[in-house]
Ligand binder design. Structure first.
Ligand code: NAI
Length: 286
C-alpha cells in the first residue's frame, strides 16, 4: 500500500518542502501539507489557479496531487497557547484548527494515520542580526519556531505514525561551523534541532520503531533564504569551494528525504545527513 506523508512548511514551489513533497509523490506517496496560516490564502489560490502546475510535473509526466492543505502555525501547541492578538488577527481569523495539536487531530480524523512526517520550516525574526546583537525575545522566537516546533510536531503526530514510519527535518551547517550572517539565534536553533534529532530518535525508536533523521542541506534560493539576505553569496561560495562544483537542486534534497522515508534506510536513525555537494567536508576555501 502507498504511504502517506504530512509535510509541514510548504507555502510555495521554491523551498525544500515542495521538493520533498514531489520526491515522495514520485515514489507513490499521498501528500498532505501543513501551510503557515498567514501564507495559506495565497498558497491555496495559487494552487487552484494553476500557478504551480509546471512545478507539479513528476518524472512520469503526471502532476503531483496535494490531497489536503492544513493550516498550521507551529509556534502554538494548542488553543490555550494562542494570544488574543493572534486570535483576532485578520490573517488568522479565517482559519481554524491550526495549532499543532489540532492539526494532528484533523489529520487523524481525516486519514487515521501517516507514514512520513516532514518538518521543513524555520523562522528567526532577528536572523539578520549578529548573535551578539540578538535580543532574548528574538533568540527564543527562533528556537520556538525552528526547534521546539519539531519536538511538538513529532510529539503530537507520533501516535498516528505507522510502525516503520520515518520523520525528517531540515538543518544547516551553521549549527556546527561559523557562518557569519546566519544570526538571530538561528545557528543555535539548528544546533538544538540536531541534538534533538538524536534524543528523539532514541525516544521514538524505543516507543514505536520510528526513525528520526535530519538533512543538513546546502544553500537554496527559497523564500526563507532570500529573507536572510546572503543566499546568492552562499551559493557562489559553494560552487567555488565544494567537492562537487554544481549548484544544488532542491530535488537532490527531496530525493534524499524519499530515501530516508523508504525501507532502504531501515537502519538509519538519529543522523545528520549532509546533502550539500560535500561542502561540509572542506577545511579551507580553495
Ligand atoms: P521556505 O520558505 O520554502 O520554507 C520555510 C517555511 O516555513 C515557509 O513555508 C513558511 O511559511 C514556514 N513557516 C515559518 N514559520 C512557521 C510557523 N510558525 N508555522 C508553520 N510554518 C512556518 O524555505 P526553505 O529554505 O526551503 O526552508 C525549509 C527548511 O530548510 C528550513 O528548516 C530551513 O532552515 C532549511 N534549510 C534551508 C536552506 C536554504 O539554503 N534554503 C539550507 C539548509 C536548511
Amino acid at each position: 500500500k502507498g504511504k502517506r506523508a504530512f509535510i509541514a512548511g510548504v507555502a510555495d514551489d521554491n523551498g525544500y518542502g515542495w521538493a520533498i513533497a514531489k520526491s515522495l509523490a514520485a515514489a507513490g506517496a499521498e501528500i498532505l501539507v501543513g501551510t503557515w496560516v498567514p501564507a495559506l490564502n495565497i498558497f491555496e489560490s495559487s494552487l487552484r489557479r494553476g500557478k504551480f502546475d509546471e512545478s507539479r510535473i513528476l518524472p512520469d509526466g503526471s502532476l503531483m496531487e496535494i490531497t489536503k492543505v492544513y493550516p498550521l502555525d507551529a509556534v502554538f501547541d494548542n488553543p490555550e497557547d494562542v494570544p488574543e492578538e493572534i486570535k483576532t488577527n485578520k490573517r488568522y481569523a479565517g482559519s481554524s484548527n491550526w495549532t499543532v495539536q489540532e492539526a494532528a487531530e484533523c489529520v487523524k480524523n481525516d486519514f487515521g494515520s501517516i507514514d512520513v512526517l516532514v518538518h521543513s520550516l524555520a523562522n528567526g525574526p532577528e536572523v539578520v542580526k549578529p548573535l551578539l546583537e540578538t535580543s532574548r525575545k528574538g533568540y527564543l522566537a527562533a528556537i520556538s519556531a525552528s526547534s521546539y516546533s519539531y519536538v511538538s510536531l513529532l510529539k503530537h503526530f507520533l501516535p498516528i505514525i505507522n510502525p516503520g514510519g520515518s520523520s525528517i527535518s531540515l538543518t544547516y551547517i551553521a549549527s556546527e561551523r561559523i557562518i557569519p550572517g546566519y544570526g538571530g539565534g538561528m545557528s543555535s536553533a539548528k544546533a538544538a534541532l540536531e541534538s534533538d534529532t538524536r534524543v528523539l530518535a532514541f525516544e521514538a525508536g524505543r516507543k514505536k520503531g520510528i526513525r528520526v533523521n535530519t538533512i543538513s542541506a546546502g544553500p537554496l534560493r527559497s523564500r526563507a533564504a532570500k529573507a536572510i539576505g546572503f543566499i546568492d553569496m552562499m551559493i557562489d561560495y559553494s560552487s567555488a569551494n565544494a567537492p562537487l562544483e554544481k549548484e544544488l537542486s532542491a530535488e537532490e534534497v527531496g530525493n534524499t528525504a524519499a530515501f530516508l522515508a523508504s525501507p532502504l534506510a531501515s537502519a538509519i536513525t538519529g543522523g545528520v545527513i549532509y546533502v550539500d555537494n560535500g561542502l561540509n567536508a572542506m577545511g579551507v576555501g580553495v
